[in-house]
Write a protein that binds this ligand. Sequence first.
Ligand code: AMP
Length: 414
Amino acid sequence: MNVLVLNCGSSSVKFQIIQTDLEAIKNDQDKMLAKGYLERIGSQAIITLQAIGQPPLRTAEPIRDHKAALNYIIRWINDPNTKIEGIKDLSDIHAIGHRIVHGAERFKKSILIDDEVIDQIEECIPLAPLHNPANLKGVYAARDVFPGVPQVAVFDTAFHSTMPEENYLYAIPYQLYRRFKIRRYGFHGTSHRYIAYRYRKIKGIEREQVNIITLHLGNGCSACAIKNGFSLDTSMGMTPLEGLVMGTRSGDIDPAIIEFLIHNEGTSIEEVFNVLNKRSGLLGISGLTNDMRDLLAEEQEHNDRRASLAINIFCNRIKKYIGAYLAELNGADAICFTGGIGENSPEVRRRCLSNLDFFGIKLDDELNEKAVGIKEMKISAPDSRIEVYVIATNEELLIARDTLRVILNVPRIW
Ligand code: AMP
């Protein structure tokens, strides 16, 4: 089955076409056939399209909305000059898998999209006012543009639906949970699930034997404590603002800061949240950039104090979560790094795990340096009490596999 995986943001569409079936999943032989990214939708869009094995095609064209973006992709697929392996035209796209950010308490696993499911995803909008409407734009457009092709929703929150009450409830009046469903939901669930799955494969163990901490460190960052194969706790909360320091998001802060800013700066509540979401984190501390690679370069080349500070606050927050999760899990077998930073920065990994001798965590410096842009690799020393891995995430692959399984109605095992 060829699955078009769509990840729609408010002004972007990321896609992959993945060939998969049950045999391919078993042997880990699913194939990415094409990928692309259309950004700045709504104006002059920047478009990158690539059939695997061919050079990427880069262009800029006005794209009005998400439907126009999907029509653009379709024209490219149908174009006889586009040579995607196994795909001649649109009839070779058999299903569509959508990344949906927030599934609230309603969606605990991936599901076939119908009118009722769309209504329910719409009902989740108050909990994710930035993300779900953007994801839904992709669903509406795909229904128009691919009539009759089955579509599946895969939720970022679903993997964390196993968290126990003591981890998902906030210590605020219980009625607020009852009335508004204010609670921790967690995000990046598909990524944490993929890393846990790969770890299980690497170790050749059963799901129930997976006791690890996963660290998804990209522009958005989150940590997850996985016990017996299930999410026990995670750092993002009701929204993706809580937890680790991120590119532009603050992560954990004292909520009283919000009132302080409103009273003392005369800032509106919207502006405060704009600051916390878009002007904090690495960018806010450094005053330079949200990009970790650039911060590391600034630190090294110009000895920039605030770049250093940003990186150290970022790494120290991760260390605190590792400590907390090791306590919650009563120890873990491994710590797994993923995401743009986790997969590519030996220096960040080194700082996150420095001075953790108490826990017996020891990196192999040489392996750590080597593990850049690789698929998966162990980077801990042989005598480290807790193993450390770098595992490249692949949310699109899990979305394609979930799509296949939902359509075939076979249970999801990972
Ligand atoms: P993502 O959101 O997963 O694409 O990750 C984006 C983040 O990964 C940005 O902060 C990048 O600077 C960071 N990143 C990518 N490559 C490197 C690298 N070689 N060293 C440090 N950070 C990197």
